[in-house]
Design a protein around this ligand. Structure first.
Ligand SMILES: [Zn+2]
Length: 287
């Protein structure tokens, strides 16, 4: 019966659901911003790591500019696309046979978190994806605003991937927005420049700032680790967990700081830079 309803063209009921989804979207966005503000205040009071004022300021300005240009539009586009796809196709996914309830919600969340973990691993391993994802890693500071610092194409490419998984998993429309909210809150949380009691114990279950700080190390061996977003389980299972305090945060080869430089940075790979340096003749030293 419900399968038939899903395949019917848009009805008034469907439109009301879309409307409810959009309202949920606004709540979702407001919640995320509130969490951001709380974390910024906490970081100011008790920062875990001390960055110079210049680095901290440049990071915050660049990241919030990136947020204004990229995230507002793409977060809304992502949430709307996922809601629409889930509404149309959730009845064909792996979990579609289960009736709606806590078991289905938890399973949906676990599989969705795994899907994002896999995307994150791919973003580090394939040069085509890394060229966009490295913009996120180029921050020399590590603070809650780093959670905004994404290349517009990094966010954009993630949308069809997530839509595909919503169909494969069979996540319900309203649930997908709730899961996205939890994922976004965790992105803010694990980028926070904070440390707290029992963090080590908590990191056995969820991704904490200390684990994600290793992921922002300038050392490639260290930043190719701790890919998880919410659950710490995936890194343990696939052997990608590392618990080290990074010596340096950021990426050595990248000096771009403002938003425009960051945008174009994605189109220049390390290989390009080496080639350019080879072409340019070395100048003679003046005496
Ligand atoms: Zn990463």
């Amino acid at each position: 019966m419900s399968t038939q309803n899903q395949s019917l063209p848009a009805t008034i009921g469907n439109l009301q659901e879309v409307d409810a989804g959009m309202q949920f979207n606004e709540v979702f966005f407001a919640l995320a911003i509130l969490a951001f503000v709380i974390l910024v205040i906490m970081e100011k009071k008790r920062p875990y790591r001390h960055f110079t004022n210049a680095v901290g300021k440049a990071s915050f300005i660049t990241n919030t500019t990136a947020f204004v240009f990229n995230n507002i539009l793409l977060t809304v586009l992502r949430a709307s696309s996922l809601f629409f796809i889930a509404q149309q196709f959730s009845y064909i996914g792996i979990l579609s046979g289960l009736s709606s309830g806590p078991v289905k919600w938890v399973l949906s969340f676990i599989l969705y978190d795994l899907a994002i973990y896999v995307w994150h691993v791919a973003s580090h391993h394939y040069e085509f994806l890394w060229r966009f994802h490295k913009v996120h890693h180029s921050d020399k500071s590590f603070n809650v605003s780093t959670g905004f610092r994404f290349h517009v194409f990094d966010l954009f490419l993630e949308i069809p991937y997530k839509c595909l998984f919503v169909i494969i998993i069979g996540v319900e429309a309203h649930l997908v927005l709730a899961i996205e909210t939890v994922e976004l809150l965790f992105i803010f949380f694990h980028h926070a420049n904070l440390s707290f009691k029992k963090e080590a114990a908590l990191s056995n279950f969820i991704i904490t700032p200390s684990l994600h700080r290793t992921h922002h190390s300038a050392d490639r061996k260290e930043h190719d680790s701790n890919y998880g977003i919410v659950l710490a389980f995936w890194d343990k299972l696939f052997g990608t967990r590392k618990e080290v305090v990074p010596g340096k945060i950021g990426l050595d080869i990248i000096e771009a700081e403002n938003f425009l430089q960051l945008f174009f940075l994605a189109f220049v790979t390390e290989r390009h830079i080496r080639k350019i340096l080879e072409i340019i003749p070395k100048g003679r030293k003046r005496t």
